[in-house]
Design a protein around this ligand. Structure first.
Ligand code: SF4
Ligand code: ZN
Length: 313
Protein backbone atom coordinates (compact mmCIF):
# COMPACT_ATOMS: atom_id res chain seq x y z
CA UNK A 1 0.00 0.00 0.00
CA UNK A 2 1.19 3.53 -0.71
CA UNK A 3 0.62 4.39 2.97
CA UNK A 4 3.24 1.79 3.93
CA UNK A 5 5.81 3.55 1.73
CA UNK A 6 5.06 6.81 3.53
CA UNK A 7 5.65 5.16 6.90
CA UNK A 8 8.94 3.72 5.59
CA UNK A 9 10.08 7.24 4.64
CA UNK A 10 9.89 6.60 0.87
CA UNK A 11 8.28 9.17 -1.40
CA UNK A 12 4.55 8.61 -1.92
CA UNK A 13 3.39 8.42 -5.54
CA UNK A 14 0.61 10.70 -6.73
CA UNK A 15 -2.92 9.51 -7.55
CA UNK A 16 -3.23 8.55 -11.23
CA UNK A 17 -6.47 10.58 -11.46
CA UNK A 18 -5.40 13.78 -9.65
CA UNK A 19 -2.31 15.18 -7.92
CA UNK A 20 -3.16 14.15 -4.33
CA UNK A 21 -0.88 11.59 -2.58
CA UNK A 22 -1.93 8.00 -3.27
CA UNK A 23 -3.08 5.63 -0.51
CA UNK A 24 -3.35 2.45 -2.62
CA UNK A 25 -1.99 0.87 -5.78
CA UNK A 26 -4.37 -1.19 -7.96
CA UNK A 27 -1.91 -3.54 -9.66
CA UNK A 28 -4.39 -5.05 -12.14
CA UNK A 29 -5.19 -1.59 -13.47
CA UNK A 30 -1.64 -0.31 -12.96
CA UNK A 31 -2.75 2.84 -11.18
CA UNK A 32 -2.55 4.66 -7.84
CA UNK A 33 -5.53 6.14 -6.03
CA UNK A 34 -5.83 8.89 -3.42
CA UNK A 35 -8.37 8.64 -0.56
CA UNK A 36 -11.32 10.38 -2.32
CA UNK A 37 -10.75 8.47 -5.57
CA UNK A 38 -10.43 5.18 -3.68
CA UNK A 39 -13.76 5.79 -1.90
CA UNK A 40 -15.45 6.73 -5.19
CA UNK A 41 -13.96 3.69 -6.99
CA UNK A 42 -15.05 1.16 -4.34
CA UNK A 43 -18.55 2.61 -4.07
CA UNK A 44 -18.96 2.63 -7.84
CA UNK A 45 -17.75 -0.98 -8.27
CA UNK A 46 -19.95 -2.30 -5.44
CA UNK A 47 -22.92 -0.42 -6.91
CA UNK A 48 -22.20 -1.94 -10.33
CA UNK A 49 -21.94 -5.46 -8.90
CA UNK A 50 -25.32 -5.03 -7.17
CA UNK A 51 -26.95 -3.81 -10.40
CA UNK A 52 -25.27 -6.25 -12.81
CA UNK A 53 -26.01 -9.31 -10.65
CA UNK A 54 -29.56 -8.17 -9.75
CA UNK A 55 -28.72 -8.43 -6.06
CA UNK A 56 -31.36 -6.03 -4.74
CA UNK A 57 -34.95 -5.42 -5.85
CA UNK A 58 -37.58 -2.91 -4.83
CA UNK A 59 -39.30 -3.98 -1.59
CA UNK A 60 -36.31 -6.01 -0.35
CA UNK A 61 -35.28 -6.18 3.28
CA UNK A 62 -31.55 -6.90 3.33
CA UNK A 63 -30.14 -8.67 6.38
CA UNK A 64 -26.44 -7.87 6.58
CA UNK A 65 -24.37 -10.53 8.34
CA UNK A 66 -22.35 -8.29 10.67
CA UNK A 67 -19.56 -10.04 12.57
CA UNK A 68 -17.97 -6.70 13.46
CA UNK A 69 -14.80 -7.62 11.53
CA UNK A 70 -13.49 -5.50 8.66
CA UNK A 71 -15.35 -7.07 5.72
CA UNK A 72 -18.81 -6.97 7.27
CA UNK A 73 -18.16 -3.48 8.69
CA UNK A 74 -17.23 -2.24 5.19
CA UNK A 75 -20.27 -4.02 3.71
CA UNK A 76 -22.70 -2.34 6.10
CA UNK A 77 -21.08 1.08 5.57
CA UNK A 78 -21.21 0.65 1.78
CA UNK A 79 -24.81 -0.57 1.66
CA UNK A 80 -25.86 2.19 4.03
CA UNK A 81 -24.19 4.77 1.73
CA UNK A 82 -25.40 3.28 -1.56
CA UNK A 83 -28.99 2.68 -0.43
CA UNK A 84 -29.42 5.84 1.64
CA UNK A 85 -31.81 7.44 -0.84
CA UNK A 86 -33.81 4.23 -1.50
CA UNK A 87 -37.01 4.35 0.53
CA UNK A 88 -38.12 1.02 -1.04
CA UNK A 89 -35.26 -1.03 0.49
CA UNK A 90 -34.62 -1.72 4.19
CA UNK A 91 -31.36 -2.80 5.87
CA UNK A 92 -31.10 -4.71 9.15
CA UNK A 93 -27.97 -6.21 10.72
CA UNK A 94 -27.63 -9.76 12.06
CA UNK A 95 -24.73 -10.67 14.34
CA UNK A 96 -23.90 -14.22 15.37
CA UNK A 97 -21.99 -14.68 18.63
CA UNK A 98 -20.35 -18.10 18.21
CA UNK A 99 -18.89 -18.02 21.72
CA UNK A 100 -15.15 -17.79 21.07
CA UNK A 101 -13.41 -16.58 24.23
CA UNK A 102 -10.98 -13.68 23.86
CA UNK A 103 -12.14 -12.90 20.34
CA UNK A 104 -15.85 -12.57 19.75
CA UNK A 105 -16.66 -10.22 22.64
CA UNK A 106 -14.66 -7.40 21.06
CA UNK A 107 -16.06 -7.80 17.54
CA UNK A 108 -19.65 -7.97 18.86
CA UNK A 109 -18.99 -4.69 20.74
CA UNK A 110 -17.62 -3.17 17.54
CA UNK A 111 -20.76 -4.29 15.64
CA UNK A 112 -23.00 -2.75 18.32
CA UNK A 113 -21.20 0.61 18.06
CA UNK A 114 -21.52 0.64 14.27
CA UNK A 115 -25.27 -0.08 14.15
CA UNK A 116 -25.85 2.51 16.85
CA UNK A 117 -23.95 5.13 14.82
CA UNK A 118 -25.81 4.28 11.60
CA UNK A 119 -29.22 3.85 13.28
CA UNK A 120 -29.74 0.32 11.93
CA UNK A 121 -31.95 -2.34 13.54
CA UNK A 122 -29.75 -5.07 15.04
CA UNK A 123 -30.42 -8.75 15.82
CA UNK A 124 -27.87 -10.75 17.83
CA UNK A 125 -28.02 -14.56 18.11
CA UNK A 126 -25.67 -16.83 20.02
CA UNK A 127 -24.65 -20.42 19.36
CA UNK A 128 -25.63 -21.15 22.97
CA UNK A 129 -29.26 -20.15 22.38
CA UNK A 130 -29.43 -21.84 18.95
CA UNK A 131 -27.31 -24.97 19.45
CA UNK A 132 -27.08 -25.33 23.24
CA UNK A 133 -23.35 -24.56 23.62
CA UNK A 134 -20.60 -22.12 22.65
CA UNK A 135 -18.32 -22.91 19.71
CA UNK A 136 -15.50 -23.34 22.25
CA UNK A 137 -17.59 -26.03 23.99
CA UNK A 138 -18.66 -27.76 20.76
CA UNK A 139 -15.06 -27.86 19.48
CA UNK A 140 -13.42 -29.37 22.56
CA UNK A 141 -11.25 -32.19 21.20
CA UNK A 142 -12.14 -31.30 17.59
CA UNK A 143 -10.19 -28.06 17.19
CA UNK A 144 -8.65 -29.13 13.88
CA UNK A 145 -12.16 -29.12 12.32
CA UNK A 146 -13.00 -25.69 13.77
CA UNK A 147 -13.72 -23.76 10.60
CA UNK A 148 -15.79 -26.40 8.83
CA UNK A 149 -17.96 -26.94 11.95
CA UNK A 150 -18.20 -23.20 12.66
CA UNK A 151 -19.03 -22.45 9.01
CA UNK A 152 -22.02 -24.84 8.92
CA UNK A 153 -23.42 -23.66 12.27
CA UNK A 154 -22.88 -19.96 11.49
CA UNK A 155 -24.61 -20.26 8.13
CA UNK A 156 -27.67 -21.75 9.87
CA UNK A 157 -27.54 -19.04 12.57
CA UNK A 158 -27.38 -16.26 9.97
CA UNK A 159 -30.29 -17.70 7.99
CA UNK A 160 -32.34 -18.06 11.20
CA UNK A 161 -31.50 -14.44 12.05
CA UNK A 162 -32.42 -13.22 8.58
CA UNK A 163 -35.75 -15.11 8.74
CA UNK A 164 -36.59 -13.69 12.17
CA UNK A 165 -35.78 -10.19 10.90
CA UNK A 166 -38.25 -10.74 8.02
CA UNK A 167 -35.45 -10.33 5.44
CA UNK A 168 -35.75 -11.28 1.78
CA UNK A 169 -31.96 -11.41 1.16
CA UNK A 170 -28.92 -12.19 3.25
CA UNK A 171 -25.83 -10.09 2.43
CA UNK A 172 -22.42 -11.32 3.52
CA UNK A 173 -19.04 -9.58 3.44
CA UNK A 174 -17.15 -12.15 1.32
CA UNK A 175 -14.51 -10.33 -0.70
CA UNK A 176 -12.60 -11.26 -3.86
CA UNK A 177 -9.82 -12.95 -1.87
CA UNK A 178 -12.36 -15.09 0.08
CA UNK A 179 -14.18 -16.10 -3.09
CA UNK A 180 -11.00 -16.99 -4.99
CA UNK A 181 -9.78 -18.99 -1.97
CA UNK A 182 -13.09 -20.91 -1.88
CA UNK A 183 -12.80 -21.78 -5.58
CA UNK A 184 -9.30 -23.15 -5.08
CA UNK A 185 -10.22 -24.99 -1.86
CA UNK A 186 -13.14 -26.72 -3.57
CA UNK A 187 -10.81 -27.81 -6.36
CA UNK A 188 -8.18 -29.01 -3.85
CA UNK A 189 -10.85 -31.01 -1.97
CA UNK A 190 -12.20 -32.40 -5.24
CA UNK A 191 -15.63 -30.95 -4.43
CA UNK A 192 -16.69 -29.84 -7.90
CA UNK A 193 -20.40 -30.01 -7.04
CA UNK A 194 -19.93 -27.30 -4.44
CA UNK A 195 -17.75 -25.35 -6.85
CA UNK A 196 -20.57 -25.33 -9.42
CA UNK A 197 -23.39 -24.57 -6.98
CA UNK A 198 -24.90 -21.11 -7.10
CA UNK A 199 -25.74 -20.10 -3.52
CA UNK A 200 -27.84 -17.15 -4.65
CA UNK A 201 -30.13 -19.18 -6.92
CA UNK A 202 -33.70 -18.69 -5.78
CA UNK A 203 -35.83 -21.70 -5.03
CA UNK A 204 -39.01 -22.45 -3.13
CA UNK A 205 -39.42 -23.20 0.57
CA UNK A 206 -37.46 -21.33 3.22
CA UNK A 207 -34.53 -20.42 1.00
CA UNK A 208 -33.24 -16.85 1.46
CA UNK A 209 -30.97 -15.87 -1.45
CA UNK A 210 -27.47 -14.82 -0.40
CA UNK A 211 -25.76 -11.85 -1.97
CA UNK A 212 -22.08 -10.91 -1.83
CA UNK A 213 -21.73 -7.27 -2.93
CA UNK A 214 -17.96 -7.19 -2.12
CA UNK A 215 -17.13 -10.26 -4.22
CA UNK A 216 -15.05 -8.25 -6.72
CA UNK A 217 -13.23 -6.10 -4.13
CA UNK A 218 -9.80 -7.16 -2.85
CA UNK A 219 -9.24 -7.57 0.89
CA UNK A 220 -6.54 -4.87 0.86
CA UNK A 221 -8.94 -2.45 -0.89
CA UNK A 222 -11.48 -3.04 1.88
CA UNK A 223 -8.84 -2.39 4.54
CA UNK A 224 -7.81 0.84 2.77
CA UNK A 225 -11.46 1.91 2.38
CA UNK A 226 -12.04 1.48 6.14
CA UNK A 227 -8.85 3.37 6.96
CA UNK A 228 -9.72 6.37 4.80
CA UNK A 229 -13.32 6.43 6.04
CA UNK A 230 -12.00 6.45 9.63
CA UNK A 231 -13.74 3.13 10.41
CA UNK A 232 -10.67 0.93 10.89
CA UNK A 233 -10.37 -0.90 14.20
CA UNK A 234 -7.57 -3.23 15.27
CA UNK A 235 -9.38 -6.40 16.29
CA UNK A 236 -7.99 -9.75 17.50
CA UNK A 237 -7.80 -12.73 15.12
CA UNK A 238 -9.91 -15.84 15.73
CA UNK A 239 -7.77 -18.32 17.71
CA UNK A 240 -8.94 -21.21 15.50
CA UNK A 241 -7.83 -19.59 12.22
CA UNK A 242 -4.42 -21.30 12.51
CA UNK A 243 -6.04 -24.71 11.91
CA UNK A 244 -7.57 -23.77 8.58
CA UNK A 245 -6.60 -25.00 5.11
CA UNK A 246 -7.77 -21.54 4.07
CA UNK A 247 -4.74 -19.99 5.74
CA UNK A 248 -2.36 -21.95 3.47
CA UNK A 249 -4.45 -21.21 0.37
CA UNK A 250 -4.64 -17.54 1.32
CA UNK A 251 -0.85 -17.22 1.48
CA UNK A 252 -0.34 -19.06 -1.78
CA UNK A 253 -2.98 -17.05 -3.65
CA UNK A 254 -1.70 -13.77 -2.19
CA UNK A 255 1.73 -14.54 -3.67
CA UNK A 256 0.26 -15.50 -7.06
CA UNK A 257 -1.87 -12.35 -7.17
CA UNK A 258 1.20 -10.23 -6.46
CA UNK A 259 3.22 -11.87 -9.25
CA UNK A 260 0.32 -12.20 -11.69
CA UNK A 261 -2.27 -9.48 -10.98
CA UNK A 262 -5.79 -10.62 -11.91
CA UNK A 263 -5.30 -14.25 -10.77
CA UNK A 264 -8.13 -14.04 -8.22
CA UNK A 265 -10.54 -12.50 -10.68
CA UNK A 266 -9.76 -15.23 -13.22
CA UNK A 267 -10.52 -17.91 -10.60
CA UNK A 268 -13.96 -16.34 -10.07
CA UNK A 269 -14.53 -16.26 -13.80
CA UNK A 270 -13.65 -19.98 -13.99
CA UNK A 271 -16.30 -20.70 -11.36
CA UNK A 272 -18.86 -18.71 -13.31
CA UNK A 273 -18.01 -20.70 -16.45
CA UNK A 274 -18.33 -24.04 -14.58
CA UNK A 275 -21.64 -22.94 -12.99
CA UNK A 276 -22.93 -21.98 -16.44
CA UNK A 277 -21.93 -25.31 -17.99
CA UNK A 278 -23.48 -27.25 -15.09
CA UNK A 279 -26.70 -25.25 -14.94
CA UNK A 280 -28.49 -27.83 -17.07
CA UNK A 281 -26.91 -30.79 -15.24
CA UNK A 282 -27.13 -32.23 -11.72
CA UNK A 283 -25.25 -29.43 -9.87
CA UNK A 284 -27.73 -26.93 -11.21
CA UNK A 285 -30.83 -28.89 -10.20
CA UNK A 286 -33.20 -27.16 -7.78
CA UNK A 287 -32.59 -27.68 -4.08
CA UNK A 288 -34.32 -30.63 -2.41
CA UNK A 289 -35.44 -30.66 1.22
CA UNK A 290 -33.54 -32.30 4.08
CA UNK A 291 -35.20 -35.52 5.26
CA UNK A 292 -34.53 -34.58 8.91
CA UNK A 293 -35.19 -30.84 9.29
CA UNK A 294 -36.85 -29.89 5.98
CA UNK A 295 -34.37 -27.11 5.12
CA UNK A 296 -33.44 -26.72 1.45
CA UNK A 297 -30.36 -28.79 0.55
CA UNK A 298 -28.75 -30.51 -2.40
CA UNK A 299 -28.68 -34.09 -1.06
CA UNK A 300 -30.83 -36.36 1.12
CA UNK A 301 -29.78 -34.78 4.46
CA UNK A 302 -28.49 -31.22 4.92
CA UNK A 303 -24.95 -30.38 6.11
CA UNK A 304 -26.22 -29.18 9.51
CA UNK A 305 -28.13 -32.41 10.27
CA UNK A 306 -25.14 -34.51 9.14
CA UNK A 307 -22.91 -32.45 11.45
CA UNK A 308 -25.36 -32.81 14.36
CA UNK A 309 -25.42 -36.58 13.86
CA UNK A 310 -21.61 -36.72 13.86
CA UNK A 311 -21.42 -34.57 17.01
CA UNK A 312 -24.27 -36.49 18.73
CA UNK A 313 -26.15 -33.23 19.37
FE1 SF4 B 1 -15.21 -19.67 12.70
FE2 SF4 B 1 -12.86 -20.46 11.58
FE3 SF4 B 1 -13.79 -17.97 11.17
FE4 SF4 B 1 -12.89 -18.69 13.59
S1 SF4 B 1 -11.67 -18.56 11.70
S2 SF4 B 1 -14.79 -17.53 13.17
S3 SF4 B 1 -13.57 -20.83 13.70
S4 SF4 B 1 -14.76 -19.89 10.49
ZN1 ZN C 1 -7.10 11.20 -6.84
Amino acid sequence: MAAERARAGQSVPACSLCSRPAVLIQRERNRYLCAPHLIADIEERVGLTITRENMIASGDCIAVGLSGGKDSTALLLLLHTLLESRTDVRIVAVTVDEGIAGYREETVRSAECLVRDLGIEHYVFSFTELFGDTLDGILRGRESRACSICGILRKKALITGAEQAGASRLATGHNLDDEAQSVLMNVLRGDLVRLARNSSAASGGRFIPRIKPLMYIHEKEIAAYLLVRGAWADLPECPYACHALRREVREMLGGLEYEFPGTMLRLLESRKAVTGICSTRSAGEPFRHCAVCGDPCSGEICQLCRLRQSLNR
